[in-house]
Design a protein around this ligand. Sequence first.
Ligand code: ADP
Ligand code: VHF
Length: 360
Amino acid sequence: MLPYRRLVVKIGSNVLTQADGLPDVARQAELVAQVAELKRQGLEIIVVSSGAVAAGRSLITLPPRADAVRSRQLLAAVGQVRLLSRYAELLAQHELLCAQVLVTKEDFRDRQHYQNMQNCFQELLQCGVVPIVNENDVVSVTELMFTDNDELAGLVASMLNADALLILSNVDGIYDGDPSRPDARVIEHIAPAGPDLSGFVQATRSQFGRGGMLTKCSMAQKVARLGISVHIANGKRDGVLPALLREEVVNTWFQPSKRASGTKKWLAHAQLTQATVHVNAGARAALLASGQATSLLPVGITRLEGEFAKGDLVRLVDEAGHPLGLGLAEYGADKARERLGQHGQRPLVHYDYLFLTAAD
Ligand SMILES: Nc1ncnc2c1ncn2[C@@H]1O[C@H](COP(=O)(O)OP(=O)(O)O)[C@@H](O)[C@H]1O
Ligand SMILES: N[C@@H](CCC(=O)OP(=O)(O)O)C(=O)O
């Protein structure tokens, strides 16, 4: 049995959708029964569920000439009510209560919103409630949207310090080639400094999915780097969740690295800032040296772009302009400019407030 206590379970659009685009209510009921079984085993479960658009499709006919954005807003607004009322009814059959949590990207960008959400989730979990999270599709349009609900699930898992994130899709995991090819095999284990998966993964998406497998992979690798186990498994298989925990079903497991602090987790998902710190080759090598906790010193900084104050988020790039990571500044841009290239100065970004995205 895998030693997990707190789990985030992401249920993808195509798991809850039939081939004709309408909701798969039988699948939803079966998944709820699995969640109830895990709850009985004493696990804490947070569900990130897609399916609002599919539910809306079964309830309302789109007006003629409705554009894609408005159609999605309309279907999701109507469908989310149905999706959640089904969850509430199905969970009630197992004497469980659910809560609806609708979020936007903005809620993760703002530290206050982030902490408010975190507190609310803790309260819900303590009361034994199953939070069911989805994007607030009514207000999230175009550039304000998450890439897909995998990104949202990754954010929720890191915010709540989950032990594992289980992503349920309509495939058994990540295949080492086109999944429709008979010789393609599921990659069962991806190590922390794992391979570049872009060679294996096709850019194609399933019929009702938004992001596709490539975005799922990069999100999974990012979350595993924060110390959270990630599994991709097939949500269309009956009993997949308990079977996965008993290690009895095929899936792709992203092995986690050492656990990161809460601040690093927030940094990992923080949005880009205009303030950019350019570092030289020596500083780049020192920061990326494995197994070492290195802070960024002014001696390794060549140039600063944009303004920032103490505590602000800054972006680190190397001499070629390639992104290295994000950090919180220990002092403002004025002081940093005075100290540029100097030895013996306090770090501009302390290791505890630095999240590196580049690998050497
Ligand atoms: N190497 C691969 N292994 C597994 N699936 C892949 C691969 N390359 C592309 N895919 C596609 O990715 C799809 C799953 O991603 P996505 O459409 O985002 O689903 P979801 O709605 O569950 O998030 C699969 O249905 C599959 O067609
Ligand atoms: N919020 C949308 C789902 C969005 C989405 O990205 O879905 P998915 O492809 O499952 O990650 C809905 O409820 O229909």
